[in-house]
Structures are given as structure tokens and as C-alpha cells.
Write a protein that binds this ligand. Sequence first.
Ligand SMILES: Cc1cn([C@H]2C[C@H](O)[C@@H](COP(=O)(O)OP(=O)(O)OP(=O)(O)O)O2)c(=O)[nH]c1=O
Length: 204
Amino acid sequence: MKTHAFIYLASQSPRRRQLLDQLGVRHELLLASPDEDAEALEEHVAGEAPAVYCERVTQLKLAAAVARMKKRGLPPAPVLCADTTVALGRRIFGKPVDADDAVATLQRLSGRTHRVMTAVALASGRARTSALSVSTVRFAAMPPHAVEAYVASGEPFGKAGAYAIQSRIAAWIERIGGSYSGIMGLPLHETAQLLLQAGVLFEE
Ligand SMILES: Cc1cn([C@H]2C[C@H](O)[C@@H](COP(=O)(O)OP(=O)(O)OP(=O)(O)O)O2)c(=O)[nH]c1=O
């Protein structure tokens, strides 16, 4: 099997960078150029189940990233990308568009258990592998002032479901089931498995 000294991480998420660093995998960022409409990849098809959506969007991100690597004439290396989707029943909560949207999302999640899915996908040569991590998160009932203060802190923006488990909202998280790193944006166990199978080297 071919071994790889580094990979491309096709993600603008600082959390994914941090999590991949935690694994000791050397990586370079492969970011979309301004002419690529990254948000268009995340459009939801009516009636689509959250897991199907999450995996589909991840494959679209991967295809776009591999095309980008080739178009830029970069040295070939495995390409990793992911998508995190927050779901309550069949309803998907993406990144909030504004403060009202963030407040409404957090009010829906308050006092309930929701699912956080992160799909991770790897392209290595012609091979494509992927995994889906599904976790549950139980929020205590949050009083309106707590929701408003959290939204005013700016933390919800750019985060699926309008929150980050690694932020102060953790004070309202009663329980989780599944993968903490998956909730944060990159499930490390599943990611490590994909990388190992593809012959990617880990630092000691
Ligand atoms: C639920 C949750 C999400 N998030 C973040 C991780 C992701 O950055 C974001 C989900 O949006 P994504 O669309 O998965 O990712 P992204 O647009 O930030 O980055 P890219 O597509 O370029 O990889 O929400 C947290 O940081 N903590 C959490 O607890």
C-alpha cells in the first residue's frame, strides 16, 4: 500500500483543523476560491432525511475539492472533508442566517435531545471512502436570557444548529451520546480509520 506523508484538508472550519492536529496528521488546507459557490453545495432537498443530506453534501464537497486540487496542479495527496448536520426528527438546522434564526433554533433545541451527524469522506487516488458519525445531545431547558446572551456572544454563527459544544453553551448540555469530536465537526475515531486504511502516516 502506498504511504502518504500529508493530506489536504478541504475545510474552512478552524475546528476541523484543530481536531486533525490532535491526531498528528500533517495537512495542508485546500480552500475554495471565491468563484466557487461553497454554500450552494449545502442546499437541502425537500423531504431528504438528515443522514442522507449530510452524506450527500460531504460527497459534493469532496468532488469539488478533488477537482480543485487537479485544477490548481497541486501535488497529489489524499483529500479529506466533512459535513456536520444538526437534526431534530427529520428537521435539519443549518448555520443560522441571522440572530433571530439563531434564537429560534436554540429555542427549538432547548429541553430536548437532538442528533448531530458528521459525515467524513476521503479521496485517495481513485478510491473514495466515507463514514458517518451520529451522536445525541440533550440540552437542559434554557431560559430566554441565556439564549439571548449566547446569541449576542456571536458564537452561534458559522455553526450547525447555532451552537458549539466546545463553547460556553456546554453549561446547558446535560448529556451526550456518541462522539464528542464528531459533534465538534470531525469524528476522530472514524477519521483515523479512513486515514489508516489509505496509508496516511501519523506523527509519533
Ligand atoms: C454542532 C457543532 C458544530 N460546529 C461547527 C463545525 C463546523 O465548522 C460547522 C458545521 O458546518 P459545516 O457546513 O459542516 O462546515 P463549515 O462550513 O464550517 O466548513 P467546511 O464545509 O469548509 O468544512 O459547525 C462546532 O464547532 N461545534 C458544534 O458543537
